[in-house]
Design a protein around this ligand. Structure first.
Ligand code: BGC
Length: 499
């Protein structure tokens, strides 16, 4: 709905909850609220710690580039620069029916993708919500759940012809999008290096997740052939190129963040000795969320970022991701608010316990706060009163909105640094290139793309305008299917597993 500037209304949040909002006229009084002056003094303090100057950004880009190079040279680096065994770009003529299973940060999605060639496709899909318990329980149980959802999808969503094809003993090729860092020696296997995005399922790190999933497929006797194990960024790279051949890089800005791009095998020194044609190209899953992990030498971390890190299930890890991705931005803002509560600056005399639990302040609230179109910031009144049972003044609401802008802008500008590092390493700046981007932050956070573009101009000057991000095709559905198609073709040509 479009909010009017005054009056009442409601809005449905991404979580499915409905938020009622209404104009208030006497909201300033009775409680000892912070004054406008106090709030703007505080804002200046936060501006100085959350703002990234162009000079600082350029320093980050330089360090980032060195890290990318190191990851290509040696195995086992913090930013692992994972060779994906996705060889080169799609021709655009890939065809056929494929299943795609996407185990992302929040949902499990099953898709049937009909790839039709000429950049066309059709997709049917179902989504299943993952519980916190499933993310932390035993890994094999998680894969059993994936297989169970796949079974439900096959029996309920596939056409009778599809089902009869299956009864003939035909196995449908499946692309499994598993968006966590995995080292690969071929496309249909992958050892999980570490969980990210708050996952922690036991008995999975250090194991071949493709083999684990195959075990679950056998348990449920599913007529499916796990053809390719892919990362969401790699899928996004291939799907975006399928419809827009100018695509050179793909990024995900969602619960987690990461990028993939196409590299010349000759420029991946750690692959020497594997007998792969040096003239070939291979997609690299950078796993850039790990940039500056453990050492924390390059990124501008505030004390709130340090708390987010130290209280996470993986302290020290995913240092870049923790400043950028949707999983953490709301928590950073909540920690600032809690500090101001403790200092007696905000919500004096009010009961603030609802704001005190970790991760209750969703990143979706930052999006809503930034896009509130009303003079009185009614949306922000609604968020604080409805979810946290606290009253706010206009000065406080303006402060919260400005704080959201600082945190959101920093995330986008850091993202620009990552993109700039790849672009500059590959020499794409003058000819320009398209960057396919996907994920809730990129798609839903107001101004995220514009802020990335501004950041690229701050880093590169006017030439930064040659790098344009655009909303990517569905990498984990369509991309995964196209990669399965490319893999099957290479198999038929006898090129599997290496050229
Ligand atoms: C994972 C990546 C993934 C990214 C976006 C990160 O936490 O490590 O593999 O691509 O999230 O989903």
């Amino acid at each position: 709905m479009v909010l009017s500037r005054r009056g009442s209304g409601s809005v449905t949040l991404p979580t499915g909850q409905t938020l009622a909002i209404h104009t208030r006229t006497h909201d300033e009084e009775d409680l000892p609220h912070a004054t406008k002056k106090t709030m703007s003094d505080h804002l200046r303090r936060f501006e100085s710690i959350f703002t990234l100057t162009p000079q600082r950004m350029r320093m980050i880009v330089e360090a980032f580039k060195e890290t990318l190079e190191l990851g290509l040279e040696q195995s086992g680096q913090i930013v692992p620069m994972i060779p994906t065994f996705v060889f080169g770009w799609p021709t655009g003529q890939e065809k056929g029916d494929y299943l795609a299973l996407d185990l992302g940060g929040t949902n499990l999605r099953v898709c049937l993708v009909t790839v039709q060639g000429d950049g066309k496709f059709e997709i049917t899909q179902s989504k299943y919500r993952l519980t916190e318990d499933q993310k932390q329980d035993d890994g094999q149980k998680l894969f059993d759940f994936c297989a169970e959802c796949l079974q439900t999808f096959i029996s309920t969503s596939m056409s009778p012809e599809g089902s009869s094809q299956l009864q003939d003993g035909h196995k449908i090729p499946l692309g499994f999008t598993f968006s966590y860092p995995c080292t690969q020696e071929r496309i249909d296997h992958g050892i999980l290096i570490r969980w990210t995005k708050g996952f922690g399922a036991d008995n999975t790190e250090g194991h071949d997740v493709a083999a684990m999933f195959r075990k679950s497929l056998e348990k449920y006797q599913l007529p499916v052939d796990l053809t390719a194990l892919i990362n969401d960024t790699t899928g996004t790279l291939i799907a975006s190129h399928y419809v827009n051949p100018k695509t050179r890089v793909a990024c995900i800005f969602g619960t987690g963040c990461n990028a993939a791009y196409m590299e010349d095998v000759a420029d991946i020194p750690k692959m020497k000795g594997l007998n792969i044609d040096p003239k070939a190209q291979m997609a690299i899953n950078c796993e850039w969320g790990a940039f500056d992990s453990f050492e924390h030498e390059h990124l501008p971390r505030t004390k709130y970022d340090t708390i987010v890190d130290e209280t996470s299930n993986k302290p020290g890890e995913q240092a870049f991701e923790k400043l950028i991705s949707g999983r953490y931005l709301g928590e950073i803002l909540r920690l600032v608010i809690c500090e101001l509560i403790d200092e007696g600056i905000l919500f004096l005399g009010q009961n603030t316990y609802k704001l005190e639990s970790p991760y209750v302040f969703e990143t979706a609230f930052l999006s809503l706060m930034e896009s509130d179109p009303t003079d009185e910031l009614l949306m922000i009144i609604g968020i604080f009163s409805h979810f946290f049972a606290v009253e706010t003044t206009l000065a406080e609401r303006q402060f919260f909105r400005a704080l959201a802008q600082l945190i959101g802008r920093r995330a986008a500008r850091l993202s620009a640094c990552g993109i700039a590092a790849i672009v500059s390493k590959k020499g794409y700046l003058d000819e320009g290139c398209s960057v396919g981007a996907d994920g809730s932050l990129y798609n839903k956070y107001p101004g995220f793309a514009e802020r990335i573009h501004e950041g690229l101009v701050d880093i590169f000057g006017e030439r930064g305008r040659n790098i344009v991000t655009h909303h990517a095709e569905d990498g984990s559905g369509v991309g995964s299917a196209i990669i399965a198609a490319m893999t099957n073709k290479r198999r038929e040509q006898g090129l599997y597993p290496n050229l």
